[in-house]
Design a protein around this ligand. Structure first.
Ligand SMILES: [Zn+2]
Length: 134
């Protein structure tokens, strides 16, 4: 490969030295591979600046912590934070946090059913004990 991605990026920024600029231009007329690479780089760059990539990264910064999500699920969080998290999940639709919430929900359900089983076992044991007493 004659030009590196960095050089092509620089070409797009028009920050290559003049000779190289014109060489890229000249090559672009004949070299379809180079054209493809350039189109690809433009695509990546557009996606990075204006597209989902950027939005994703920005949202990511404002993601609540896993602990906050856990408190949110338990309803043990103050209103303002709860609202923010609901907005983040439902309006922003952050996939990362949704995955986290699903995971936390599963854990909580598991914990609850373990606790229930434990209670039931305890109840049955004491019921059995009581039965034997009478
Ligand atoms: Zn998030």
């Amino acid at each position: 490969m004659r030009f590196s991605d960095q050089q092509l990026q620089a070409y797009l920024d028009e920050s290559l030295p003049g000779e190289l600029m014109s060489e890229v231009e000249r090559l672009l007329r004949t070299d379809s591979k180079l054209r493809e690479r350039l189109v690809y780089l433009v695509g990546v760059r557009e996606a990075g600046v204006h597209g989902l990539g950027e939005i994703w990264r920005r949202n990511r910064l404002s993601c609540p912590s896993r602990q906050q999500l856990g408190s949110y699920l338990l309803g043990a969080i103050d209103d303002a934070k709860g609202q923010y998290i609901r907005f983040h999940l439902e309006n922003v639709g952050c996939r990362l946090c949704k995955a986290n919430v699903d995971d936390l929900q599963m854990q909580q359900t598991e914990q609850q059913s373990t606790a229930q089983t434990r209670r039931r076992k305890y109840f049955q044991t004491s019921a059995g004990y009581l039965n034997r007493q009478t």
